[in-house]
Design a protein around this ligand. Structure first.
Ligand SMILES: Nc1ncnc2c1ncn2[C@@H]1O[C@H](COP(=O)(O)OP(=O)(O)OP(=O)(O)O)[C@@H](O)[C@H]1O
Ligand SMILES: [Mg+2]
Length: 288
């Protein structure tokens, strides 16, 4: 039998009792840590709930004579990154990239996070892990691959309000926010040469009141203006696909005409390059 303790970064998920046993978690009876129902490949995404809210969720509360079981909403999201950093310098570099993102997008367009490093001792060794205590964003996933027609935003928000006046105001607000988001991402690319990962499913969330937030704030990659297609640490061409997502937001949601001589799209969205990117994507999904 293998008695070695598996590093939490290699575990598919962590149970609540395992989370509480982590040397960098302070077990407090006021808060409950739970695996968030959405997840990704690069981090453990955990919700932090108050014990009172969880009690209401499980035992219910009487409202106007009826027992209701309201969903406990996270107060914060705790993210434990699976990345193995070579040294402290590399971790600080990662945190620096997050601050760059915050500077260019502003707290309105990202789920703000307090990035911090911990000394994880769970395997018997001292290891640096990057974590983030992040704002929880409630809303609908903006799936760039699921945009059909120019009334996409109305359809998305329709279920949340039956008042047509309110609906058109929210759609208008969401459009303005998406336009500002695109502008800020383009500014970030122009000034720093970095682009955040816009491609992953669930990375962009539209809140019910029409705000757009990037929640996946750790995979920020360098754009190289040449013919090589960079792949990230997971083997995914996230840089190219993120540029494609940016173009989808502009073309399909904002209905903008993209200029043929746009240098970014000219290079990244050339038909030959897109074929190569598709091949890399297929390889990535085959290896999952
Ligand atoms: N702060 C947050 N608020 C609400 N939902 C979140 C938050 N952070 C992450 N999520 C959701 O959890 C899921 C996984 O998040 P994320 O994409 O950041 O994971 P990851 O493991 O870091 O990255 P990757 O997508 O590269 O595998 C996504 O569906 C995302 O919408
Ligand atoms: Mg993601």
């Amino acid at each position: 039998m293998n008695n070695t303790i598996k590093d939490i970064r290699d575990r598919p998920y962590l149970t609540e009792s395992e989370i509480l046993k982590l040397n960098f978690i302070n077990d407090s009876s006021n808060y409950i840590f739970r695996k968030y129902y959405r997840s990704g490949l690069r981090s453990h995404v955990l919700e932090i709930l108050t014990a009172t809210d969880v009690l209401k969720e499980t035992q219910g509360e009487i409202k106007q004579g009826v027992r209701m079981f309201p969903r406990a909403k996270p107060k914060k999201i705790l993210r434990i990154l699976r990345n193995r950093f070579k040294n402290k310098k590399a971790v600080f570099q990662e945190i620096k990239k997050y601050h760059l993102l915050l500077k260019f997008l502003g707290p309105e367009y990202i789920a703000e996070s307090e990035e911090f490093i911990v000394d994880y001792t769970g395997t018997g060794k001292n290891q640096i892990i990057l974590c983030g205590l992040q704002e929880y964003v409630e809303g609908e996933i903006l799936d760039p691959w699921g945009i059909c027609g120019k009334n996409f935003l109305s359809a998305l928000f329709k279920s949340t309000t039956c008042n047509n006046y309110k609906l058109s105001a929210i759609v208008k607000k969401a459009r303005v926010n998406i336009a500002t988001f695109v502008k800020r991402i383009r500014h970030m690319i122009a000034e720093t040469g970095y682009i955040p990962d816009l491609a992953g499913f669930g990375n962009l969330i539209l809140t019910l009141d029409g705000n757009l937030k990037l929640v996946d704030i750790n995979n920020i990659v360098k754009i190289k203006l040449n013919d090589s297609i960079p792949i990230d640490d997971k083997g995914y061409p996230s840089c190219d696909v993120s540029v494609e997502v940016l173009s989808i937001l502009e073309k399909d949601i904002l209905q903008k005409n993209i200029k043929i001589d746009d240098p970014l799209y000219n290079l990244f969205l050339s038909p030959l390059r897109k074929v190569k990117v598709k091949t890399l994507e297929k390889k990535f999904y085959r290896n999952l």
